[in-house]
Design a binder for this molecule. Structure first.
Ligand code: FES
Length: 82
């Protein structure tokens, strides 16, 4: 089943780092040729601005998803199933 990544594009998360995180995610998917296995979409404010930037992968919600963490989050959550 395809993984679902939802990145909050609300103004708070966007300015807190999801603008750059989106670029990192897109590069990661391209580098690993995973674009067909992952649905990536943006969402409006997830009403957790104080804990942003917010990223969701399937049912998991990641708060304070900063650039230092994002690659680890992607690796840990996209490579779990064969
Ligand atoms: S802008 Fe992302 S939770 Fe509000």
């Amino acid at each position: 089943m395809k993984k679902q990544i939802v990145i909050c594009m609300g103004s708070s998360c966007f300015s807190r780092g999801n603008d750059r995180n989106l670029e990192i995610i897109e590069s990661f998917l391209a580098e690993h040729q995973m674009q067909d296995q992952v649905d990536l979409r943006g969402s409006r404010c997830e009403e957790r601005c104080d804990r942003g930037p917010i990223l969701k992968i399937d049912e998991k919600i990641f708060t304070h998803a900063n650039q230092a963490d994002i690659l680890k989050i992607l690796r840990d959550n996209l490579f779990t199933e064969e």
